[in-house]
Structures are given as C-alpha cells and as structure tokens.
Design a protein around this ligand. Structure first.
Ligand code: COA
Length: 372
C-alpha cells in the first residue's frame, strides 16, 4: 500500500501559487497536529463501504440527488463502485482518514485523444470541511496528474465537476483557478398522466432496438453526433467513415447498457433515421442518447422518438424520465440547441451540473507532496 502524506511545510508553501486564501483556515494550520489526517492511495475492496459512507454524509449539505442520471458517482452501489475502480488509473484514488475513519476521498478519470484530460473529484465529509483538507487533496490530484502527463506534447487539462448544490466545491474550485467550461442541465419529465400520443412522421416506422441491429444503430448514432446541426466542420466521406470505425466500440458499449425494449429506432425503409437509447432504474427512466441523422432532421423524428420513449417508460412503471444535455459556460439568452427541444417535449430543468477546467501548468502546484 502506498502511504501519502502532505508535509505541513509543503502545505504552507501552497500560498505561493495562489495568493487568494483557498479556505477560511490558513494553509499553515491546515493539518492541526491534534487531529492529523493520514492519506493513502486505494485500493482495497473493504474501503468501498467507507467511501460510499462519505457520499452519504455529504448528501444533505451538497443536495445530492439520489436519482440523478448525470451525477452518478455518489449514487453507485458497492458493485458499481468496484467496477468504476477497475477503470481508474493506479493512484487514481486518494483516501483521507482521521483517527482511523475515512473522512474524505478523491477519484481520478483520465481520457482524451487530442488533449489529455484529468478529471479529479474530491469529496470531504461536511464535519471536516474548512480545514484545508479539500484544497490539499485537490492539489495532490493536480500534482499526480502532472506526473502522469509527463512530457506529453498534447494539451493537458485539469477538470473537475460540481453540481449547483455543491456550493463548497464550487468555492474551492474557483479559488484554485478553475473556470466554468460548460453546464449540463439535467431535465425531468413527470407529466405521464397527460402524455401526448406518438406523432406519425410520414415514411418513418418506429421499432424497438433488436440485437441484430446493434452495429448499424451504433454507426448511425456515431454519425449523427459527429455532425450535429449548425456545426461548422462537417465530417464527410472517408474521414467520416474512419471516425465512425474508431467510435464504434464506444457506441456499442452505450447500446449494450440500454434497455432494448425501451429504446426505439426510427427507420425509413432499410435506413436508420435516428434512435433513442433508454433504460430505467426503479421508477426513474433515463433517456441516455438521442440522435437523428442529418438527412432526416427537421421532420419531427426526434419528437416522435421522444414520445415513443416516454410511452415505453410509462408502460414499464416509471413515474419520471430524466436526461441531460450541455449548454455553454454562461447560460445564453436565449439558450439554443437540444435543451430547447427537450423543453418543447415537456421536460423541465431540475439541476445544473458544472464542468470546471484549468490549463495544466508544468511546475508543481504544491511545494512538495511526499509519498513514502
Ligand atoms: C437534436 C436532434 C436529435 C433533433 O432531431 P430532429 O429530428 O431534427 O428534431 P425534430 O424535428 O423532432 O424537432 C422537434 C422540435 O425541437 C426543435 N429542435 C430540434 N433540434 C433543435 C435544436 N438543435 N435547437 C433548437 N430546437 C431544436 C424543433 O424546431 C422542433 O420544434 P417544433 O416542434 O416547435 O417545430 C438532431 O439534430 C441530432 O441528432 N443532433 C445531433 C445529436 C444531438 O445533439 N443529440 C442531443 C444530445 S443532448
């Protein structure tokens, strides 16, 4: 097991990079000797209940929605969390303990082809907020991300998420130099009693997804998402085909996690016009992917697929349907894009999920982080 410690002197040095106080408690007293925190990188399966307990302890203060289809980590089951860890890089978990009890943890996800993105999420139980713990763990993650990034020639970015309920996290991220990159509003549809009938679109037939169609649907969804409306750079010809090939496995994974009975596909003759991928968890349904290919847009195919999906979810016993989309960093007036479309379908906003980012700087952000 790797034990990670933050030296007190090192913590004091952190004010050099960012002169703005990052916490009500000065960093020099961030780790009072009377209540030392100890840190270690994951992973043991026995830690999972304690990690999930941190999320439960944060739930009320952070207004964490147990049914969110966007902010899933705090709502994972032990099995779901174990699966998440399988995809986590070594040392992509940091656990903080106080008197042998887990009081905070952090998790990293890394991705990106043209840019390298390091998402680092920190959760501190409310009882231990305001002691500099979140700031120190945030900086440790940034240091770790820089080590992983090495001398990569691509652009490196630190990313972090927060919902609008997580006011403490938002304050910390802004004070650490992050800026808002985009907002993912989560929307819900609850009006199942007054659900409109599925409109007919001339020439279009809606059918439930079949396993023999997975590959064709994956490629259609990939194509539709590569060429959204009003996008300046269009993927065409061989470049489009090659990109669809690259994305196929990822889209197949998304299709496999959908419920085929609840996922309608729109056909015109032998061609796929569009598809929605849906699933449900208990009485909450999720519309996870929505796409109509460019030649079929503007004919009401997305609306027909939405109504078909909602009828399916209602028949399956759902009382609410959820989805999320993205809008710019500032809420544009008026907001454009799929958000407007979902509002027309009767979905209402229930939360804003915020993505923060900051450029990776090559010098270490924290004086020293000693790993023994
Ligand atoms: C978004 C998308 C699914 C719309 O499909 P579509 O079949 O053209 O949509 P519809 O014709 O059924 O439009 C339904 C309504 O939504 C509106 N609408 C559709 N796309 C819109 C957009 N991008 N911005 C604003 N309004 C939109 C339409 O004007 C229409 O309104 P009306 O009923 O008042 O006339 C399609 O453009 C697409 O696949 N885009 C790429 C993938 C994507 O962005 N998916 C959503 C991710 S959150």
């Amino acid at each position: 097991m790797t034990i990670v410690t933050f030296g007190l002197a090192a913590a004091h040095e952190t004010t050099v990079e960012n002169p703005t106080p990052t916490s009500e408690v000065p960093m020099s007293t961030a780790f009072p000797l009377l209540s030392p925190f100890s840190f270690r990188c994951h992973c043991r399966d026995e830690d999972i209940p304690a990690i999930l307990a941190v999320h439960e302890a944060c739930r009320e203060r952070d207004a964490t929605d147990p049914d969110s289809v966007c902010y899933s980590v705090p709502n994972l089951t032990p099995t779901g969390y174990a699966r998440l860890l399988q995809d986590t890089p070594p040392e992509g978990i940091l656990i903080a303990e106080e008197a042998g009890k887990v009081v905070a943890h952090a998790w990293m996800e890394v991705w990106g082809v043209e840019e390298r993105m390091y998402l680092w999420q920190v959760w501190v139980v409310p009882r231990w907020r305001g002691h500099g713990l979140g700031t120190a763990m945030n900086r440790w993650g940034e240091t770790k991300a820089r080590e992983m990034y090495g001398d990569d020639a691509r652009v490196g970015l630190h990313l972090a998420n927060a919902t609008d309920g997580e006011r403490d996290a938002v304050t910390l991220l802004l004070s650490e130099g992050h800026h808002l990159s985009f907002v993912s509003p989560e929307l819900a549809f609850d009006a199942f009693e007054s659900l409109a009938t599925v409109p007919t679109v001339r020439g279009i037939a809606l059918r439930a997804l079949k396993s023999s169609e997975h590959r064709a649907v994956a490629r259609a969804l990939s194509e539709a998402n590569l060429n959204p409306p009003d996008h300046e750079d269009r993927w065409i010809g061989a470049a489009l085909e090659s990109r669809i090939d690259t994305e196929e496995a990822e889209w197949l994974g998304r299709i496999q996690s959908a419920d085929p009975e609840l996922s309608p596909v729109a056909w015109e003759g032998g061609e796929i016009a569009g598809a929605y991928l849906c699933r449900r968890s208990g009485r909450v349904g999720e519309i996870a992917q929505v796409a109509v290919r460019a030649p079929w847009r503007g004919r009401g195919v997305a609306r027909a697929l939405a109504m078909q999906s909602l009828h399916g979810l209602r028949a399956a016993g759902c009382v609410s349907a959820r989805l999320f989309t993205s809008i710019g960093p500032e809420e544009e007036e008026p907001v454009r894009g799929p958000y407007v479309m979902y509002r027309k379908f009767g979905f209402s906003p229930i939360a804003r999920h915020l993505r923060y980012r900051k450029a990776m700087r090559l010098e270490p952000p924290v004086g020293k982080v000693s790993v023994t």
